[in-house]
Design a protein around this ligand. Structure first.
Ligand code: CP
Ligand code: NVA
Length: 334
């Protein structure tokens, strides 16, 4: 029987290298089936609750489309509509939803809330983003890298910007677990938590990969196969931090000069959404206030041939489908 059956998917730290690679393999198979018009209902008749305490485009759509392809139904609980934590405890919500659904997706604030939901639920809980981790995004990123370069082991991956939040943390875990050399390029105060770094160093040493933390753009980009960034102020953070982030992180904007320091065939990656132009309310307001036209990445790089951001976005759906199928399917598919 699959080692995933009935399990939660809360963070990549909970899974072995083989398990992570097997999920990516399953996602590749499911993607190929979808592209070839081969339908299946691997989770026919099952239902998932989708709790979103923060907004979403990709993650919500991925869960809904993937569930439909798997033969499942979904119920969306919006940031406003859910009682969770406000009028009903997480523990009670977990037990109510477990009686009606076969799996629960949770996007919210602290990781502890996702872990608590999972503790009380008797159906799998899937993390759709917390402040600390975004594991389904990392599966999509790893699948994208594998498609691009053929394999993961030995690739040089550079994360530019604030690496203390969900994306920096989870990418570090994902890279260390799959033998990718992972570099954070940022001022020291934006490096991930030391305890998490120490844990990841253990995985990296088993997989013969290196973890590097440097404020030097030149040093970080040497030999880079992939350059990744995220927005400088995440959901749930106060808008007052924009000024400090712009000050600290502007030298780490991914622009053409930065990409020119990487390998010739290097890719640009971003979890999205991104502030690469003035076509968003928030991006425009911040740019107007601080006299900028683009933030964490220039429009030139975002729209360049090196950018694989929309493939990453598509791969969210295939990898989330793999997570739901692996944890719910009655068949031995993994
Ligand atoms: N990358 C990502 O999680 O996007 P959404 O916030 O739109 O779900
Ligand atoms: N760090 C971002 C990621 C969005 C997918 C946030 O939490 O808002």
């Amino acid at each position: 029987m699959s080692t995933f059956k009935g399990k939660d998917f809360l963070k990549l730290l909970d899974f072995s290298t083989d398990e992570i690679l097997s999920l990516i393999l399953l996602a590749e198979k499911l993607k190929a089936m979808k592209k070839n018009g081969i339908t299946h209902k691997l989770c026919e008749g099952k239902n998932a609750a989708l709790i979103f305490e923060k907004t979403s485009t990709r993650t919500r759509c991925s869960f809904e489309v993937a569930a439909r392809d798997l033969g499942m139904g979904t119920t969306y609980l919006s940031p406003e509509a859910s009682q969770i934590g406000k009028k009903e405890s997480i523990a009670d919500t977990a037990r109510v939803l477990s009686g009606m659904f076969d799996g629960i997706e949770y996007r919210g604030f602290g990781q502890a809330r996702a872990e608590e939901l999972a503790k009380y639920a008797w159906v799998p809980v899937w993390n759709g983003l917390t402040n600390e981790f975004h594991p389904t995004q990392i599966l999509a990123d790893l699948l994208t890298l594998k498609e691009q370069f053929g394999s993961l082991n030995g690739l040089n991956f550079v994360y530019m910007g604030d690496a203390r939040f969900n994306m920096g943390n989870s990418l570090m875990v994902g890279c260390a677990k799959t033998g990718i050399n992972f570099t954070v390029c940022a001022p020291e105060k934006y490096f991930p938590d030391k305890k998490l770094i120490d844990t990841c160093r253990e995985f990296a040493s088993v997989n013969n990969s290196a973890l590097t933390f440097t404020p030097s753009v030149d040093a970080a980009l040497k030999g880079a196969n992939a350059v990744y960034t995220d927005i400088w102020v995440s959901m749930g953070e106060p808008t007052e931090v924009w000024s400090e982030r712009l000050n600290d992180l502007s030298p780490y904007q991914v622009n053409a000069d930065v990409m020119a320091k990487a390998e010739k065939d290097a890719v640009f990656m971003h979890c999205l959404p991104s502030y690469h132009d003035l076509n968003t309310e928030v991006g425009k307001a911040v740019c107007e206030k601080f006299g900028r036209t683009e933030l964490e990445v220039t429009d030139e790089v975002f729209e360049s041939g090196a950018s694989v951001v929309f493939r990453e976005a598509e791969n969210r759906m295939h990898t989330i489908k793999a997570v739901m199928a692996a944890t719910l399917s009655e068949d031995d598919i993994i």
